[in-house]
Design a binder for this molecule. Structure first.
Ligand code: DGT
Ligand code: MG
Ligand code: MG
Ligand code: MG
Length: 283
């Protein structure tokens, strides 16, 4: 179709397909959530409702896009790993980033009132999104380790900071000053000696973030019925499919295993998580 004389403008739209055979990490982050969390009175340092709402939106995204095989969330951000061989939207970058960011955002708004029962949304929140390509498995391991290490560093700081303010009576300026230059061990010490908080016992959800993976649903065991001998003799043999013209049933190994998405709060820096899920890095 030749189209109108205006159609040439289409030629200005440039292709933006992402390099094939590389891992795609899609990350989104709440826009100005410092302000958003203030206005909606998020609990400090962690608001369970806010985190669970993020997990819910992430789950919706993974349900819609089977090519997402792993999600990791903390604070106002979520990272998603897509299968290396994904052909989603022909790997067009803008299409993937904009559609996924949009679905996550609308899911966040859609489910808001289920988590924030007494806090109406004051204005429409938004998220930014980006895709980073990584050629190798080690970089994917390191990417997710980087995000989880970040969760740990931020949460330890925030837990100590808000303990100093809320329980220690310090102003925010004083608390910043108290923590300036302290290493991890000193923050643990402040929490324990001044507030009897054992940081290692703080909820794993806050210390480790949320890990979303697909888990196979175990098939219900096929019922084994033992037929008494005298009854068995009276049951006519089942005809072979060739005798009845019936379709052969597919061998079981061809049947795709059903999966469900689960939210874990586990370590993803060490080998164990990855060794238990070799499919994440090899598809
Ligand atoms: P951005 O991402 O550059 O548009 O700016 P922000 O303000 O979103 O900054 P970011 O993403 O570095 O930091 C996330 C902000 O969200 C941070 O100010 C703390 C806030 N936030 C996230 N989760 C919680 C929470 O559970 N409780 C509270 N009180 N604040 C939270
Ligand atoms: Mg943000
Ligand atoms: Mg953030
Ligand atoms: Mg369209």
């Amino acid at each position: 179709m030749a189209g109108s004389r205006f159609a040439y403008v289409r030629k200005f739209e440039l292709p933006d397909s992402l390099l094939p055979g590389t891992f795609m990490v899609f990350r989104l982050d709440g826009h100005s959530f410092h302000r958003f969390s203030d206005i909606h009175n998020f609990a400090k340092p962690n608001d369970l409702r806010a985190l669970q709402l993020m997990d819910h939106a992430a789950r919706d995204l993974m349900e819609e896009y089977p090519d997402i095989i792993l999600g990791f969330g903390e604070s106002d951000e979520f990272s998603f790993l897509l299968r290396k061989s994904t052909d989603l939207y022909n790997r067009r970058q803008a299409k993937i980033v904009s559609t996924l960011t949009s679905l996550f955002t609308s899911s966040y708004v859609f489910h808001w009132s289920s988590y924030f029962l007494d806090t109406p949304l004051q204005y429409p929140p938004s998220f930014d999104g980006r895709i980073v390509l990584y050629p190798g498995e080690q970089q994917i391991r390191d990417y997710f380790a980087w995000r989880q290490a970040d969760t740990h560093i931020n949460n330890l700081y925030n837990t100590a900071f808000w303990a100093l303010v809320q329980q220690g009576g310090e102003t925010t300026t004083q608390a910043h000053h108290t923590l300036r230059g302290t290493v991890s061990k000193e923050k643990h010490e402040i929490l324990f000696s001044r507030f009897q908080i054992n940081y290692n016992q703080v909820d794993e959800q806050y210390r480790k973030g949320s890990v979303l993976v697909r888990q196979e649903i175990p098939e219900p065991p096929t019922a084994q019925v033992t037929i008494p001998k005298e009854l068995d003799d009276n049951i006519p043999p089942v005809p072979e499919p060739s005798q009845t013209g019936g379709k052969k049933t597919k061998p079981k190994r061809d049947v795709k295993q059903k999966t469900k998405i689960v939210v874990l709060h586990c370590d993803i820096i060490k080998d164990e998580f990855w060794e238990a899920r070799p499919d994440l890095l090899h598809d």
